[in-house]
Design a protein around this ligand. Structure first.
Ligand code: URA
Length: 243
């Protein structure tokens, strides 16, 4: 089930805000009945019409972007900062990011116009591994990293077990490069996990999402996912939820 204004926006008819106006103006029907409230949700087989014309779904598209730092994972920003969709000039479809990377985090971000696919991949029960490389202050003790591996208490609850690996340490500068694999997607999770063990993150990059990597891409570049990759991702998310 998805919100009516989102469904209209994803069909490529109008922005979400314009879709809301269309609904409030009484120009939208669901299964033959005019709907004037903004809250309602519709199922994929509900018949939606705008100005008496049935909605046709946009053909789904799927992209992998190497997001640079200093970019917002959104389609618009009220502070006029650069947003991830600016890396897709000329694209007709209304794509949006699947989940989020912080403004200061670089790395692998997926974008699509397929709401169902986005929901599957972002739902916490679908445990797709995400691999990050973090530069942190100090040199964490093995015991501190084990706390992350076991799961650590944050203000929004205990994290699921992570996997950490020290890639390098710089004794002179007192910094370390740590690889961490998690499958949750809480807000600023990796930064908060390292903060909790007293080693704040100074640089963060997502290297992997499931089996997908950044191979062949430079920061700011994107590629379309293959049909096979999309199928595999869906299967990965759905199978892992049954474990
Ligand atoms: N964890 C973070 O702290 N930031 C991100 O962007 C992604 C995961």
């Amino acid at each position: 089930m998805e919100r009516l204004q989102k469904v209209i926006a994803h069909a490529g008819i109008a922005s979400r805000r314009k879709a809301e106006e269309l609904i409030l103006d009484g120009r939208v029907k669901v299964n033959g009945k005019t709907v004037k409230e903004l809250g309602i949700k519709v199922a994929p087989n509900d018949k939606v019409e705008v100005n008496e014309v049935p909605l046709e779904k946009e053909a789904p598209v799927y992209f992998l972007l190497y997001k640079p730092r200093g970019v917002i994972s959104a389609v618009a920003d009220d502070k006029n900062r650069k947003v991830v969709t600016e890396f897709f000039p000329g694209i007709q479809e209304r794509i949006y990011p699947i989940g989020r990377l912080d403004y200061d985090t670089s790395g692998l971000l997926l974008l699509t116009n397929d709401g169902e696919f986005a929901n599957i991949l972002t739902h916490p029960k679908h445990e797709v591994d995400k691999v990050y490389v973090a530069k942190v202050k100090g040199i964490p003790l093995r015991e501190s990293l084990k706390k992350l591996d076991r799961g650590i208490m944050l203000e929004d609850g205990k994290t699921a077990p992570a996997r950490t690996k020290v890639l390098s340490v710089d004794k002179k500068k007192q910094t370390s490069i740590i690889e961490i694999t998690i499958h949750e997607g809480r807000n600023r999770q990796v930064r908060r996990m390292f903060e909790a063990i007293g080693h704040p993150v100074t640089k963060l990059k997502r290297e992997r999402f499931g089996f997908l990597t950044l191979q062949g891409l430079s920061a700011g570049e994107a590629r379309e996912l293959t049909h096979h990759e999309v199928k595999q991702l869906r299967a990965l998310a759905l199978n892992e939820s049954k474990r």
